[in-house]
Design a protein around this ligand. Structure first.
Ligand code: ATR
Length: 268
């Protein structure tokens, strides 16, 4: 029941029409009997949107593409993960002070816990914001070195420089078959595959191990990996866990992965 005390939350991005975050967060608000609602906002000017958050007193928002980096400069405080990654995906309005968090890092840490990754040869594909969250999560869970494959080598070199004090990164082109051949855990952190057709990298040389995608459905890469009898996991675990952490930041309630997945009609 919406009334004059209903608290407003939402997700800000562009495009946003296909976001599954409203389904999940509204399901959680209902499940826990909270008087709150979560909407999707297709925003063209992120700075203007932040005037709105402050002016209307929203409880909090998620931030998605293409605004995660810009948001860092629009909040009053940021947590350690957001600072390290250089991106904010969750904002909490604490009595007019906006706190920025990066819960993608937590989401990916939860994904990694399902995989045998320690002491393995790990390759990350991509050098954008998502790749930074993935590499920072790898560092937090004790990984000392990764291969990084990217289309644009300049961007890969920049990322290596940014993280050089915490993790060793070896940069390679997307066609570096010898790197793929030695990889035990290959992580796609690009958007390639969202179209349901494209592959970010050729995994033919991979003979063992895990393929992980941050895209939250079975991409051609994930399907290809399974057809080769490799272990594979898509981005749904990362997605639900970043949402679980955002929900906890806003409400103090820590919901289970099982509940979040069932609200989405998913299982992993
Ligand atoms: P995000 O925040 O989701 O990581 P981003 O910062 O724009 O988004 O980064 C997108 C990543 O996907 C980059 O690594 C990009 O490669 P470039 O650095 O060469 O731009 C990669 N990417 C996107 N489209 C691609 C494509 N068609 N082929 C190869 N890589 C692609």
């Amino acid at each position: 029941m919406l009334n004059s005390r209903t608290k407003l939350y939402g997700v800000i991005g562009s495009p946003i029409a296909h976001s599954i975050s409203p389904k999940l967060h509204n399901g959680l608000f209902r499940y826990y009997g909270l008087n709150a609602v979560y909407l999707a906002f297709d925003v063209k000017d992120i700075a203007e949107a932040f005037h709105g958050i402050r002016g209307l007193g929203l409880g909090g928002v998620n931030i998605t593409l293409p605004y995660k980096e810009r948001t860092l400069g629009l909040v009053d405080k940021v947590d350690a993960d957001a600072e390290a990654v250089g991106a904010v995906n969750t904002v909490k309005n604490n009595g007019g002070i906006l706190y920025g968090y990066n819960t993608d890092v937590f989401g990916f840490e939860e994904t990694l816990r399902r995989i045998d990754y320690l002491g393995k040869e790990i390759t990350v594909v991509g050098a954008g914001g998502a790749a930074r969250a993935v590499i920072y999560a790898l560092y937090k869970l004790g990984v000392k070195r990764v291969n990084l494959m990217n289309r644009t080598m300049d961007k890969a070199a920049k990322l290596r420089e940014q993280f050089e004090r915490i993790i060793e990164i070896d940069c390679h082109r997307l066609d570096a078959a010898h790197v793929v051949g030695h990889t035990d855990v290959l992580i796609n952190a690009t958007s390639v595959g969202i179209d349901g057709i494209s592959l970010p990298v050729d995994i033919a040389p991979m003979g063992k191990g895990w393929v992980v995608d941050i895209i939250y459905f079975d991409t051609p890469l994930v399907k290809k990996a399974r057809s080769k009898r490799l272990d594979a996991i898509n981005g749904m675990v990362m997605f639900v866990n970043q949402a679980i952490r955002s929900f906890e930041i806003w409400t103090g309630i820590k919901c289970s992965e099982c509940l979040a997945l069932s609200l989405l009609g998913e299982k992993v």
